[in-house]
Structures are given as structure tokens and as C-alpha cells.
Design a protein around this ligand. Sequence first.
Ligand SMILES: Cc1cc2nc3c(=O)[nH]c(=O)nc-3n(C[C@H](O)[C@H](O)[C@H](O)COP(=O)(O)OP(=O)(O)OC[C@H]3O[C@@H](n4cnc5c(N)ncnc54)[C@H](O)[C@@H]3O)c2cc1C
Length: 511
Amino acid sequence: MEYDEIIVGAGSAGAVLAARLSEDPDRTVLLLEAGPDYASIEEMPDDLLKPWVSWADHDWGFEAEAAPGRTIKLHRGKVVGGSSAVNGTIALRGVPGDFQAWVDQGNDEWSWEKVLPAYRRLESDPEGGDFHGTNGPIPIERPEPAEWQPIQRAFHEACLALGYADVVDHNLPDATGVGSWPRNREHGNRVSTNMGYLVPNRGRLNLTIRAECLVNRVIVEDGVAVGVEVESGGELQEVRGKRITLSAGALVSPAILLRSGIGPAEKLEPHGIGQVLDLPGVGENLVDHFSVGVQAVPKEGTPHDVSVVTEVGLRYTAEGSDQFNDMQLAVSTIFDREQVRGLTDHPRRSGATFGVGAVVQRTRSRGRLTLRSADPHEQPQLDMHYATDAEDMRRLIEGARLSWRVMHGPEMAPFVEEIIAPSAEVIASDELLAEYIRATTSTTWHVTGTCRMGPADDVLAVVDQYGQVRGIAGLHVADASIMPDIVSCNTNLTSIMIGERVAEWQRDGTG
Ligand SMILES: Cc1cc2nc3c(=O)[nH]c(=O)nc-3n(C[C@H](O)[C@H](O)[C@H](O)COP(=O)(O)OP(=O)(O)OC[C@H]3O[C@@H](n4cnc5c(N)ncnc54)[C@H](O)[C@@H]3O)c2cc1C
């Protein structure tokens, strides 16, 4: 049989695409997912329902080189719902300037005015008004200030004392300052794209969801994608489709292209893969948000609910930067290590800690993905090149000092037993602080950009702005990998928005 649509990966973007395309009963949709499937909320294990309960049970186990010789864990969700099923549920939108940068790179279908309706369509946000949707599949919650944990409240007060504005809704386009993180949750439970988009539509006869199916490569005949090779039930099989869309995320969509012979010869030849199309950008432009933190041990008896890690955040513009809200600062508390056992890259691995950390948002440092072998079970090589750009480093140094000021302010004093790292000597010196950042900076799990979109004259563009792979008919990519530039926020809502936007074009035949 031949499906109308084969979608590879049921994550933030893929699940959305499958749900939207199968709204048309005459279109057959096959959604292939490498991880397991939980078809109802009753079947959902705790780690998928509770934000910040360990995600270790549904993880790909990727490792990356933060810098040459320094390996970190880079979690990605391996389950229907993808990383949206394991993530921290911070539900932020990019700012209008992020999308202007996409337009400036030749992608005029992604202006703020054009992405806003898709951001609105995906959500159900009680804030309402001109900027919010109120009946979309993903419910948004904001913890009320009265509910905040004492350390979170102290962080909020410290930011106000430093002159930052009090923000009620971080998702208004011109909001900047400190306030409750909006969350994709309902009654405290995480709402993934599986729960929001697929669970209500599983009765559709034209939508087939197949879990535990590992896609190896795309089958291309005479320049046209006609199907995929899949490992299912221990056997390698082929399935045919009129259109193939890769939504396997920024660490796997480019790897599938490379295994299919689509990419530069230097990335294919060492693994004996014959070249089908020379696309130099596949796996380049690997961009992430990375952080630096000031860590402390809390005073004995500090009141704390162990299910809370972060509730309040600051979005701000770095001194001297022309990019609005290009930095984030937040406090995170880890009082129970067993609960967050996926979080292994922490300076102190036993006992309760909390920290204030800064994260660069419009990151300039660029990493690279290459294959280690043609075997789909083997992980790709991920060279992150964190903080290799001077402006990223400058903003992180400033962010580390701001975190230090917050941690040493009178608001935090009742909770700080001891600052573990960095030392006052390190904070005082640009050189030592840069060294500390190079030695400790790590992922916030927002990998993007490895199949970036762009116009025909952009040599590193892998897809056009509709997600169509350049030079291969019938093959598309729709996930975080197509972002040409990372957005100034956590990347889940924007990945869902990408699924919504690409579905529009695929449904009406534009894409
Ligand atoms: C631990 C963690 C915390 C995070 N916290 C936040 C947060 O609080 N807020 C926020 O906005 N963002 C957060 N993110 C980031 C956000 O979740 C991602 O940016 C987003 O989910 C990416 O969507 P995607 O569709 O590109 O990929 P994914 O959602 O990762 O989907 C890819 C899917 O493809 C499947 N797949 C991969 N390879 C294959 C294959 N070969 N065959 C078949 N299926 C395959 C995967 O199993 C997965 O289901 C977090 C991410 C992680 C991992």
C-alpha cells in the first residue's frame, strides 16, 4: 500500500503535522515513531505527566562534545510526543525580531505577522486578547505569585530590586522583565503534543500511528522520495508514500538525510554511503542555548516543594546588545536528585542545591553534526562548539555576574548556606570567568538549525521556506532543525508552530 503522507517522528512538530493532515478524511497518514506509545492519559507513566520528574526512561541517550574532549549528555525524548513529552514545559514564544531575522535571510513566509496566527492556533491560554488563542490543543498555565516557592519569590524580588519590570505575560511581543513562566500544563500535568494533538484524534481511520519503528533512510528513485526503510519488529522493511516528511528532530532528521545519501561527500564517503544529492548544509548550523550558573547549597530547613524546579524567569536584553530579550535568567532548585536523575551534568551530584543561571538566547556559536557510521543504531558525532563566539561569551560573562549579584542580594540571603561555584576570584576576572564558562557551560536542550531553511542562493540551506528538501521531490523536513536562526526562547512552542505552519502548506498544496 502507498500512504499519502509518511511522517517520521511523532514529536513536537511531527505529531502536529499528523493530526492536522489527517483532518482531511481522504488523506491517509502514517506516523512512524522510534519510541513507545501511550494512547491515553490513564496509560501515561509519571515521568511523562509530571514536569521535572526524571526523563531518563524515555531518552535517546545522545552524548555531545560541549568542547573538544568534554562530553555532556544531550537528552531528547524517545516516545510518541517526542521531546514535548519529557521537557520542562516552559511555554515561551519567540520575539518579533527573531522572525524578522528569518525574513532577512530570505524566508518571508515566517514574518511575525504570519507566525502569530499559528502560535495562537496551537494554544489555549486563559490570558486571551489579541495575542492569544483560547481553544487550541495545548493548554497554558501560569503559576500564581501566591503559589511560588519562597526561593522563586526571592528571585522575583531580587530582579525587581535590580530595576527589571514585573511581567504578567511573558508571551506578549514586547514583554521584557521577570514573571511566572507560562507552562504547557493542565492541573500541573504536562501536556505533550501526543496528549494535545493525537490522543483526541486516535479514532481517525485514516491516521495510522506505528510506535517502535526506527527509520533508517529515505528511498529516493530518480530524484523523487518514494518511501522509507524502517526497522520494525526486528526486521528491515520498506513502506511507500506520496510525500515523506522528516520530523525526527534536529539530531536525527539530518542523520536520516545523510544515511539516504543526501549531503556533502565528505560526510558520506567515510561510511560508504553513495551520494544521491550534494547538499552541503546537512548537519551544519547546529545551534543550542547554553548556560552558566552560580550554584549554592540551601540553608537547612528552607521550605520547598520537590516537584518544583523553576517557576519564575527573567527575559532581558544584554548590555550593548541590539537583540531584544537575547538573554534569560532563572532560578532552579534541585532538592531531590532522584527525582531529576536525568540531570547528570551538575557540579555537585549529591545533596540539595539551587542556582541562578543565565542562558544566551540568540546564540551565534555554531556546531556541527556528522555520522559516526551508516548504522541507524549508532549515535551521530555532535560537536557543539559552545561559547566559541566572542559575543556569546561576552553576554554569558555579563549573565554570570548578574546571577552572582542576585545570589548575593538580601532577597536570597535567607536561603543561601554556601555558594559552591564559581568563586569570587573567578567572577572578578574576565579571563578566569571565560575559562569557567568553557569548562562548565552546558545544554538547555534546545538544539535547532541542522536542516536550515533558506532561498536557492543560500548554499547551506537544506530546505526551502516551505520545508521542501532542495533538489528531491516529495521530501520535506518539518521540526526544530529547519530554523535558520535560533529563537530567543525555549524551543518547544516554536517547534509546534513549525508543525502548524508546514501543515497549512501541505494541506493546500503550496508546500
Ligand atoms: C529534557 C528537555 C527539556 C526541555 N525543556 C523545554 C522547555 O521547558 N520548554 C521548551 O520550550 N522547550 C524545551 N525543550 C526543547 C523542546 O522540547 C524541543 O525543542 C522540541 O520538542 C523539538 O521538537 P522536534 O519536533 O524538533 O523534535 P522532537 O520533539 O524531539 O521529536 C522528534 C521525534 O522523532 C523521533 N525519532 C527520532 N529519530 C527517529 C527515527 N530514526 N525513526 C523514527 N522516529 C524517530 C523521536 O523519538 C521523537 O519522538 C526541552 C527538551 C528536552 C529534551
